[in-house]
Design a protein around this ligand. Structure first.
Ligand SMILES: [Zn+2]
Length: 310
C-alpha cells in the first residue's frame, strides 16, 4: 500500500513538473531556414546570418537574465529563439523594415539586428544635427561614440521578449494593439530594472527621454489610440510616428512599474489572456475601460488615459 502511495506521489510530481515545462514546439522552426545555429546560450536558441556573429554577447547575457526574471514573475519556463539578422537579409526573416527594427513573431521567435543596423545608423545621423552640449547624458551612458544598436538591439530585445511571454498564451488574438505595446514597454522597463547592472536601463531611459525632450518627431499623422488600432501597420511603417507612440507607452509603463512592481506584470498578462478575442467577444472602449477599472483600479486607468485622443 505504501509503495503504491509513493508511486502515485511520484507520478503526480512528474505530471505537474512536465505540465510546467514550456511547450518548445510552439517555436516556428521554418523561420530558421538558411540561418546558422549559434551556441552562445544554454537558456534559449540562437540563430544568425553569420557563423560567428560578433558583438551580440551582451544582448544574449541580458536576455538570459531577463528570461530568469520573466520565468519567475510569470511562473513559466519559456522556450524561444532569437534570430540575429544582418541588413541584407532583413526582409527574408523580419515582417517589418527597416533592418534592425526589433520584432517578436507570434510563434516563439524574435528578430534582432546584427552588426550596425540601418535603423540605428539612421537614428545616429539624426544625432549629428544635435549640438554637442545636448548629447552629454547620452554619451555618459553610451560612450563617446553613440552606438544606437545598444538601444534598438540590446535594450529593446527585452521588450520583444515580453511580447513572447504574452504570445505564448494568447497567440495572435488581441483586443487592442495599444495594450500589447503598453505590455511590451512594461516588460522592457521591469526586465531592465532587474538586470545585474543598470547599464541597459540607463541607456534605454536616457535615449527615450532624449527623444521625448528633443520633440523632433516631424509631422505626426497619427496621434489617437483609435488610429493606432485602425492604421497599425501604416503607423509602424512611418517609423517616427511609431516611435512617438512607443515613447508615450514607455512613460506610462515606467510610472506604473515604479508604483505597482513585478506583480503588476503578471496581473496585466493575465488580463490580456482573459480578454483574448479567441475567448471573449470584441469589446468596445467603454466595456474595456470598465473592466480595466474593476481589474486594476482607477489609479492605473488614470495613468493609462490617453491625452491625445482629440
Ligand atoms: Zn512591441
Amino acid at each position: 500500500m505504501r509503495l503504491y502511495l509513493i508511486f502515485i506521489i511520484i507520478f503526480i510530481t512528474f505530471l505537474t513538473t512536465s505540465c510546467k515545462q514550456a511547450d518548445s514546439d510552439w517555436i516556428d522552426r521554418s523561420r530558421h531556414e538558411g540561418l546558422h545555429k549559434v551556441n552562445y546560450s544554454e537558456s534559449f536558441e540562437i540563430y544568425a546570418t553569420e557563423v560567428n556573429p560578433q558583438h551580440i554577447k551582451n544582448t544574449v547575457r541580458s536576455l538570459e537574465q531577463a528570461k530568469t526574471y520573466f520565468d519567475k514573475v510569470f511562473d513559466e519556463n519559456l522556450t524561444f529563439a532569437v534570430l540575429f539578422v544582418d541588413n541584407p537579409n532583413w526582409n527574408t526573416y523580419a515582417f517589418s523594415p527597416p533592418p534592425g527594427m526589433p520584432q517578436a513573431h507570434h510563434q516563439g521567435n524574435m528578430v534582432l539586428g546584427l552588426g550596425r543596423s540601418v535603423l540605428a545608423m539612421r537614428a545616429e545621423q539624426g544625432l549629428k544635427r544635435v549640438p554637442d552640449s545636448r548629447l552629454g547624458v547620452l554619451k555618459q551612458h553610451f560612450g563617446e561614440e553613440i552606438n544606437l544598436d545598444l538601444f534598438y538591439r540590446d535594450a529593446l530585445s527585452l521588450h520583444e521578449l515580453g511580447h513572447l511571454y504574452q504570445f505564448y498564451k494568447t497567440g495572435k488574438g488581441t483586443q487592442r494593439y495599444w495594450l500589447n505595446e503598453f505590455f511590451g514597454n512594461l516588460c522592457q522597463v521591469a526586465a531592465a530594472k532587474n538586470l545585474a547592472t543598470q547599464d541597459v536601463f540607463n541607456r534605454m531611459d536616457s535615449y527615450q527621454l532624449f527623444l521625448i525632450n528633443a520633440d523632433q518627431w516631424g509631422e505626426l499623422n497619427f496621434k489617437t489610440l483609435k488610429q493606432f488600432e485602425e492604421d497599425y501597420f501604416e503607423v509602424l511603417i512611418q517609423g517616427q510616428n511609431y516611435g512617438w507612440y512607443q515613447s508615450q507607452f514607455y512613460l506610462k509603463a515606467k510610472e506604473l512599474y515604479s508604483k505597482f512592481g513585478d506583480e503588476f506584470l503578471n496581473k496585466f498578462r493575465d488580463f490580456l489572456i482573459a480578454i483574448n478575442p479567441d475567448k471573449v467577444d470584441r469589446m468596445d472602449n467603454e466595456e474595456l475601460k470598465e473592466l480595466m477599472t474593476n481589474t486594476f483600479g482607477k489609479q492605473v486607468v488614470d495613468i493609462l488615459e490617453w491625452k491625445h485622443d482629440n
